[in-house]
Ligand binder design. Structure first.
Ligand SMILES: Cc1ncc(C[n+]2csc(CCOP(=O)(O)OP(=O)(O)O)c2C)c(N)n1
Ligand SMILES: [Mg+2]
Length: 770
């Protein structure tokens, strides 16, 4: 860790004001000056920015080391852009196009912004938690000898106080405590306002206890130097000030000096404890707004005092809209200054009309040199780091042998075989699971590769020679990160590990496992991981109603529909072990490919007879989303279209119906997601002059244009029923629309119409005259 530098406080104060101006101006320009083509609100958050400019100036121009990484509160995005503008790494053009197509993004975005953004933010709470998991990934890389001490950094989250209501933050700190996570600074912009209102007073006093219980140091940065001195001198005043509610404080900040005087007199008497006579109204306003988060000396001291690696929560008191006309007003969250107010601010800051975009406008004399020197000295990266891909040659992954297998069991076998074979890919795989390691079949892999912990944990059961299939000793070399039952943490862990190449220059191949229904529990976190283009393999098992007696509550219906609508995530649903092996191989390649993506494998615990293959002809189609498991006859009038674990029912029905329905085909769909994407992409390409039909169009054009499709999947029927729309063929969709009943497979398949009878009825429905 780098030592803090001695910094010119006056220059930092100037930078604070520059950031306040530039962020407000960027938002103003987008709303009031730039031509609006559609009349839509542009928006932006001048108050949320003004709240943080001192904190961010102190960080970026003083405290940050070159390896430190920051998640910036989404609504302070313009301040981050202003910082890079001052550094010379953001263009005026991008700021003028703030919230416009291709311009600086509304909220910091790793993938869309041209400046280096360490972590995207937007959905509050998630950007906070990813810093913790990124720190854990750093520890993992160090422990595995993939990172040198000098390259290690600190992970910083700039947090809105209302953001602390998001439960995922507490899930994260509990997990962090278990893993003894280090090198975190979480800085709360405690402006006591949310979007709708002022925030609850009561709860806030509890936050420090919660964090301390999880091993954090809590530093309250409450008062600036001036205010602290005044309150120390006047004990009654201090007691009075500290009992003001959040709403009262905000209202007084908004109303200003005269209101402060009136209220002080009312509560403390005419003399205000002997204090009022020393201050005029303006002096009072300036004194009472001197909160810690706006006082540069206080901030620099607080940051300098926290140079060890203990996770630290700074509660920096601020005023939302500090220095702007709506400071403290409870409705200021999306408030925008009008042109008159903006002109007044411009004048008060010494910015000349027509010179609004000048980086160091109004900074003159000796100060200019000091400010320029400080900007020059800032240790943060000016340009984006190149994403690293192509680390590993992914070896061919053979299918596990066995005439009868489940995809879940095959998954465990493939990982075990990979581990035994060893090699670069196996060494870079990191697995993780929220307390379902054993029940998702990762156990054998973990026995081989071990649990990861920075400090060794003995396997007490093994030491005591108590028989157990699981060896749970943990140490530095382990490759499995065991999580508590919090699916959101799983996805944020996958996001952090899946960005390891970007953040640390070291590619990891993260694999996360969970039960399919619980994807929904962490859905926004999964979306967050995909939004940042983190790369990982998500294995969801068991799935559907096929888990049978294991429990109605664990049945899953809609994840294939979720996957259909989730960019950055490819859904594969194999029926057979050889398909799974091909898909895992592909998913590892996709992780390490610049144009790749993450993969979601939906697996099952049902053991089924494997099919005999004449050759490898199925493979390409299976990886593209589907293939004919039983070829249709020329211009066939019907096909069964099946996905995943119900393939035995589809095959049996095909055998039974083939005599009566000549040319009946059986299409195995391995990815509705890929088929749909290919279909829409081919349509778009045709408009651009291309001729190629998509994979799904080619598959279905083997049938008659008037053919009927009976689609069947252990999932919502809409996962496949859309196939009728591709060429206008008719569909009888089978699938699961209700859930919750436990039973044997035969009972459930009959009750939910996933069996041969239902397929026969479907074919009849399509082929027989009404
Ligand atoms: C998950 C999520 N829910 C809701 C929102 C909408 N939202 C944006 S900011 C905000 C309030 C933020 O208040 P605070 O965290 O205190 O930030 P401030 O602007 O006061 O600094 C809300 C509700 C969001 N961005 N993300
Ligand atoms: Mg707030």
């Amino acid at each position: 860790m780098l030592k803090p530098v001695t910094t010119d406080i006056e220059a930092l104060k100037i930078l604070d004001e520059r950031l306040r101006w530039l962020s407000a101006w960027t938002i103003h320009h987008a709303n009031h000056i730039r031509e609006s083509a559609d009349g839509l609100k542009v928006g932006g958050h001048q108050a949320s920015c003004a709240s943080m400019t001192a904190i961010m100036a102190a960080l970026y121009f003083h405290a940050l080391g070159e390896n430190d990484r920051v998640a910036v509160k989404p609504h302070a995005g313009p301040v981050l852009h202003a910082i890079h503008y001052l550094l010379g790494s953001q263009s005026r053009e991008a700021l003028e196009n703030f919230r416009g197509f291709g311009g600086a993004q509304s909220y910091p975005s790793r993938t869309k912004d041209k400046i280096p953004v360490d972590f995207s933010t937007g959905s509050v709470g998630l950007g906070v938690a990813i810093t913790l998991f990124a720190s854990l990934v750093q520890d993992y890389l160090s422990a595995h000898g993939r990172m040198e001490e000098k390259d290690r950094g600190r992970f910083i989250a700039l947090i809105g106080d209302a953001e602390l209501d998001e439960g995922n933050i507490y899930e994260a700190i509990i997990e962090g405590a278990k893993h003894d996570v280090l090198n975190l600074w979480w800085i709360i912009d405690y402006n006591r306002q949310s979007l709708d209102a002022t925030s609850a007073d009561r709860m806030f006093e509890r936050f420090d206890e919660i964090f301390q219980s999880c091993g954090w140091r809590v530093v309250e940065v409450r008062y600036g130097k001036k205010l602290a001195a005044a309150l120390d001198k006047h004990a009654a005043l201090k007691g009075w000030f500290e009992q003001l509610s959040n709403a009262e404080l905000s209202a007084l900040h908004y109303q200003g000096g005269a209101a402060w005087r009136k209220r002080t007199e009312a509560d403390l008497g005419k003399e205000g404890g002997g204090f009022l006579k020393d201050h005029d109204d303006a002096g009072l306003a300036s004194l009472f707004t001197d909160l810690g988060g706006h006082c540069m000396e206080t901030l620099v001291e607080a940051f300098d005092a926290a140079q060890d690696d203990v996770p630290t929560l700074f509660i920096a008191w601020t005023i939302k809209g500090y220095g702007l006309p709506f400071a403290g007003h409870k409705d200021n969250h999306a408030g925008l200054m009008n042109p008159t107010q903006m002109a007044a601010l411009r004048e008060s800051m010494g910015v000349r009309e027509g010179h609004e975009w000048e980086r160091l406008e109004s900074v003159g004399g000796n100060a200019r040199g000091a400010v320029e020197a400080l900007i020059e000295r800032s240790r943060i990266a000016r340009s984006k780091r190149r994403r690293s891909f192509g680390t590993v040659d992914v070896p061919a992954i053979p299918a596990p042998a066995g005439e009868e297998q489940s995809t879940q069991a095959a998954f465990g076998r493939i990982l075990l075989d990979l581990s035994k074979a060893g090699g670069e890919l196996a060494d870079r795989i990191v697995t993780t699971s929220p307390d379902v390691t054993v029940s998702t079949n990762l156990g054998a892999w973990v026995n081989q590769r071990g649990l990861f912990r920075r400090s060794e944990i003995a396997d007490v059961f093994a030491k005591e020679k108590i028989a157990s299939a699981q060896k749970w000793g943990a140490n530095n070399n382990g490759q499995h990160i065991e999580l508590g039952i919090a699916e959101s943490n799983l996805f944020i862990m996958l996001a952090a590990a899946g960005l390891s190449g970007d953040l640390f220059g070291e590619r990891l191949f993260p694999i996360g496992t969970l039960y399919d229904p619980f994807i929904a529990r962490g859905l926004d976190s999964l979306n967050y991981a995909c939004y940042q283009d983190a790369r990982f393999l998500l294995v969801a098992t068991p799935s559907g109603i096929t888990l049978g007696p294991e429990g109605g509550a664990h049945q899953s219906i809609n994840p294939p529909l979720i996957a259909l609508g989730q960019p950055g995530l490819r859904h594969y649903e194999p029926a057979y072990a050889d398909e799974l092996a091909a898909m895992m191989e592909e998913s590892f390649r996709l992780i390490d490919d610049p144009k790749g993506e993450s993969t979601y494998l939906r697996l099952s615990t049902r053991s089924i007879d494997q099919v005999e293959r004449a050759d490898d002809g199925w493979r390409e189609g299976a990886l593209a989303g589907g293939y004919w498991l039983r070829e249709p006859g020329a211009h066939s009038e019907a096909a069964i279209v099946a996905m995943g674990t119900v393939m035995p029912e589809a095959l049996a029905a095909w055998v039974e119906l083939s005599d009566d329905v000549p040319g009946l085909g059986l299409l195995s769909v391995t990815s509705p997601d890929l088929l749909h994407r290919g279909w829409t992409a081919a349509q778009a390409a045709r408009w651009a002059g291309a001729r190629n039909a998509s994979h799904v169009e080619q598959l279905l054009s083997r049938l008659s244009p008037t053919a009927g499709l009976v689609t069947i999947a252990d999932a919502a029927p809409a996962s496949l029923s859309w196939l009728g729309g591709v060429l206008g063929q008719r569909v009888a969709p089978l699938g699961v629309e209700k859930f919750g009943q436990t039973g044997s497979l035969a009972d459930l398949y009959a009750a939910y119409r996933l069996d041969g009878n239902a397929i026969t009825e479907g074919v009849a429905e399509l082929l027989l005259p009404a």
